[in-house]
Design a protein around this ligand. Structure first.
Ligand code: NDP
Length: 259
């Protein structure tokens, strides 16, 4: 069991103030990991820290819009000032796109906004942290964990939300590339691909009775996923136990993509 002890570790979780990111942060903190939450909304950030602390965990939050490089560089410095090191980054922040729009009506602004958060945001968050991990590796501390939150949509594509699916497919490729490039520093990189999960992001879909009537019976587990379903994978990927597991796209969808 010592392999799941995260008590010497520090992890950043972007978008860690709600939904899947908060469940990952809570799971990590429960195993003793110190968590640095990066989110835009100060109130949600404070509530997330309070929630983790109420379970006996250690966390701090930093306001950060990942689409802005200066903000991720500042949040990296602030995290290092607060905790001295960063062992892992869960690049989880993402947007789903508002409404469903035909491709021929997609605006440039919509397209760019999607990529600015879901892809540029991951680039901005990971780059300064990977630099820090490489520097540490040069000093003999060869350990780093990069985890991106992608989507099952990257595998299938999604009608009327093609920019979302494309941003996540690019993220899978980015993650694998980072794994290959940085393995020699003891850094692993994996993407987690959620299916339909009950969070704020899927509220609109959940309110659509026709969608729910069609989708849920197609999920072998017969329910939407819950944020807590992602705590275990976060703990495993942050731990020593996953040292040989890299460049993977791990689907967590209740079996939906088996068909
Ligand atoms: P939520 O809407 O509950 O959470 C999204 C999180 O991302 C929030 O904490 C939000 O924080 C943060 N965020 C959004 N934009 C930015 C930004 N520019 N900078 C910093 N933080 C930002 O959704 P989920 O928990 O469902 O989503 C988490 C990840 O899971 C996303 O990448 C999403 O694409 C992916 N996913 C979700 C699925 C689902 O069905 N729910 C399915 C497949 C993938 P704040 O409010 O402070 O901005």
């Amino acid at each position: 069991m010592w392999r799941f002890d995260l008590s010497r570790r520090v992890a950043v979780v972007t978008g860690g103030n709600g939904g899947i990111g908060l469940a990952m942060a809570e799971g990590l903190a429960d195993q003793g990991c110190v968590v640095s939450i990066w989110g835009r909304n100060a109130e949600k950030n404070a509530a997330a820290v309070a929630r983790i602390q109420s379970r006996g965990g250690s966390a701090k939050a930093f306001r950060c819009d990942v689409s802005d490089r200066q903000q991720t560089e500042r949040a990296t410095r602030d995290t290092l000032d607060a905790f001295g090191r960063i062992d892992g980054c869960f690049a989880n922040a993402g947007i789903g796109g508002s409404g469903r729009t035909a491709f021929v009506e997609r605006t440039d602004e919509d397209w760019r906004q999607m990529f600015s958060v879901n892809l540029d945001g991951v680039f901005h968050a990971l780059q300064p942290i990977v630099k820090h991990m490489i520097e540490r590796a040069a000093g003999g501390d060869r350990f780093g964990r990069l985890v991106t939150t992608s989507s099952m949509a990257a595998l299938f594509g999604t009608a009327r939300n093609e920019h979302y699916a494309a941003s996540k497919a690019a993220l899978n490729s980015l993650t694998k590339s980072l794994a290959v490039e940085h393995a020699r520093f003891g850094i692993t990189a994996n993407a987690v691909l959620p299916g339909w999960i009950d969070t704020d992001m899927s509220e609109e879909l959940q309110a659509n009775d026709k969608f729910m009537a069609n989708a849920v019976p197609r999920i072998p587990v017969r329910r939407l996923g819950k944020p807590e379903d992602f705590a275990g994978i976060a703990i495993y990927l942050m731990s020593e136990a996953s040292s040989y597991h890299t460049a993977d796209c791990i689907v967590i969808d209740g079996g939906y993509s088996a068909f």
